[in-house]
Design a protein around this ligand. Structure first.
Ligand SMILES: *Cc1c(COP(=O)(O)O)cnc(C)c1O
Length: 343
């Protein structure tokens, strides 16, 4: 894969902004280079534009070299930057599946890039051959999501492998929910596949949606491109400090995931017993996709009762489906008691 050939020409030729903190980050007696205020330490200083300490922590945790990690203001930043780096508006296109995470569509629309969505089959799986058939010489990226949102299932790893081998652009694999899944991440495959980009986030299993930290793991060349076009200080100091602190809490993290998985199976069995529930789809994530009679009516009823779930009933293959996040035991009990009142 030739990354330069894949890039938009203007990005290839771009001279990146060079920030004071990017040019000099060593030990100094005084920093008088960035027009910062001398008071309010440490928050008076611009944060590390390349988030080196935080990346070292993540590198250890994920077994992936720092130079192959890009950090964004949520995964959403990485998604948008991939479009901006590789897709010439009104010329290039991107291939994805349907249904899937809505941000791929929004990022495509904002960047004026055609998004070709290939429907999943009845089992919510995709065929690599179908996706590759939807691609042409202007297809720069393929976006897939495993476990997929809103269907909740892992996608077939063999088909993902086929995409990696068969596509000359980048295959972006969104693993926002991988920590809840019984299958390993594709991160180790970065070694053998230059065209793989794995997206992960601290927003789900790590419980840090509020601090906004998304990760893209990719070849060094792709990470360099994303770093070149991002805002210089895209991850603020509070986020970098808090993330480093919380990443030390491995045990709490594991306990949280275990509790969630046990709540997920309890919630699934309880939902299955409700007479108006037709199907609780198997989930490898922290939510359940549930097919029921009159999903819209039940959605509105729950809203009135102060219980907010996601109405996915107008989404392809998700007719009459609600997407329900697995909460804490008390929250799940409240949801179930409100649903039981309907009988
Ligand atoms: C929740 C979610 C994310 C996380 O996005 P952030 O911007 O990191 O919070 C990414 N991808 C998918 C599919 C998601 O459902």
């Amino acid at each position: 894969m030739n990354i330069n050939q894949l890039l938009r020409q203007n990005i290839r030729q771009l001279t990146a902004y060079s920030s004071a903190r990017g040019e000099f980050s060593g030990e100094a007696k005084v920093f008088l280079d960035a027009n910062e205020n001398p008071h309010n330490a440490p928050y008076n200083r611009y944060p590390d534009p390349l988030q080196r300490e935080l990346k070292q922590e993540l590198a250890r945790l994920k077994g992936c070299p720092s130079e192959q990690i890009f950090l964004g203001n949520g995964s959403d930043e990485a998604i948008d930057l991939l479009f901006r780096a590789f897709c010439q508006p009104s010329v290039d296109n991107v291939v994805s599946i349907s249904p899937t995470y809505g941000m791929y569509r929004v990022a495509a629309d904002i960047n004026e890039v055609e998004l070709r969505q290939v429907p999943l089959n009845e089992d919510f799986q995709f065929s690599a051959a179908d996706l590759l058939a939807a691609a042409d010489e202007h297809s720069k990226l393929i976006f897939i999501c495993s476990p997929n949102n809103p269907t909740g299932n892992l996608l077939d790893a063999k088909e993902i492998e086929k995409l990696l081998l068969g596509f000359s652009g980048l295959v972006v694999l969104d693993e926002a929910y991988i920590d809840f899944a019984p299958q390993a991440s594709f991160l180790p495959q970065l070694q053998g596949h230059e065209n793989l980009v794995v997206l992960q986030t601290l927003s789900k299993a790590w419980g840090m949606a509020g601090i906004r930290l998304g990760m893209a793991f990719a070849s060094k060349a792709v990470v360099e491109v994303l770093n070149k076009i991002k805002y210089p200080y895209n991850i603020n100091m509070l986020t970098q400090l808090k993330a480093k602190e919380l990443l030390q809490e491995q045990t709490l993290f594991q306990q949280g995931v275990s509790e969630l998985l046990s709540e997920r199976s309890k919630l699934a069995s309880a939902l299955e017993k409700l007479p108006f529930v037709q199907r609780v789809y198997p989930s490898d994530a922290n939510f359940l996709l549930v097919k029921m009679h009159d999903a819209e009516g039940i959605y509105l009823y729950l809203l009135e009762e102060g219980v907010v779930v996601r109405n996915r009933s107008k989404v392809l293959l998700c007719e009459n489906c609600l997407r329900i996040t697995v909460g804490a035991p008390k929250e799940n009990e409240l949801l179930l008691s409100k649903l039981n009142d309907l009988i």
